[in-house]
Design a protein around this ligand. Sequence first.
Ligand SMILES: [Zn+2]
Length: 438
Amino acid sequence: MFRTARRSKARLVLAAALAAGMAWTLQAVTATTAQSQVANVAASATPSASYTSSWETVSAINDGIDPPQSNDTQNPRWGTWPEEGTQWAQLSWDEPVTVASSDMYFFDDTGDGGPGGVRVPASWSIEYLSGGSWQPVSGGGYGTATDQYNSVSFGEVTTTALRAVLQSGQGSVGVLEWKVYGEGDNGEPSGWNPPSHLVQPLEEVWAHTEDTYGGGQGPLAFHNYGWDQIMDTGGKVNYCVRWDSQNSVDASTRDAIEAKLQEQYDLWFDQMAGWDGFPFDRIEVEVVGWAAYDRDLLQWQDDSVDVYIGDIREDAPQCAEDCGRFFHQDGNYPDCPGGYDHHYDQSLWLTQGMGGGAGGDWGQRMGQEYFVDSLGASQVTIYLHEVGHTFGLDDFYDWTPTGQCCFIMNAGSSSTITEFDEWMLRDWWRHLKSRYGL
Ligand SMILES: [Zn+2]
């Protein structure tokens, strides 16, 4: 619900959230897994072609420029005029890539008043280099529409080169931009290459973030995002559970909560592994402490977690401030009993009877019953939304980005993390990573 962008404001914002009564609720949780995302790897390829008109350039096909229209008179183009028949454009990589889909934007100068000699092909297909020979990819649906990308999905191939083979129709052929989606052989797509339909809305989101959290360095001035925390810890998040409830909780539920937190973190961060310099294969989540009103509410006797009783802050139990990241943003905990391993980066604050939620650098808050009742669900919607805030993602109370209606950070519109949510997370990493020397 509310994010707390700066430490000095955090408690005020939280108080406001409490006063507002956490008025919104979310739809029922449904079982869907997040899809992994890949990038346009064409940017790292070397282009070549069967023939290129002397006034055109083959490097146009992967220069990253989205054409305004098929008759593009502004940007570099690849065309074969006056050659006709079978022509091809090729992308070659130094290291193998694994690819399974493509977006093709054809050059067609119909109505140009000029030569008028370049038209969409009569037909075309994609081939990949395999053992020194060209093989067709499986799949089909090779569109030839003008003024848009023609998308093709095909059976995944790992190769060092792809060819688009074009059979000319009413003229010579040409391509303005060819995107190919996949991963490098190390599973590390490089560069910033979101799917074309997400480029504009992602730009809008970042611009809006800068406007909203403007001044000085804007959102980059804050230094306690979840990103800062995991970079300090080496890819781990320690939790304190604030059991703000008079209900009792047993050891199996305690352990199920920790497992659920790990599972939900994975839903956000599986896509980040190896992406754009992100250094962690997985964010490890561990619950190190529990805070409660009364020891009897915690129905276990083992000492697997630290227990804090009767330390009441913000009218709720809290683990020791000496161990909390919110209170020690330098990442040092000299007075934490038990030392560094007992510190907590975030709190999972579970409040009896609460609807909705709140999230920020301090952690996430939602209903105690809601979270426990969600332990059997694959996606804990409110929690996932609030974790988004912990990593900088904003709310969308009064606007939506172009073409995007439904995603988990637009509260109430999606019960699951979507492709757009994933790219917003990646965009935060893209903007922040330089502060870590990456
Ligand atoms: Zn929110």
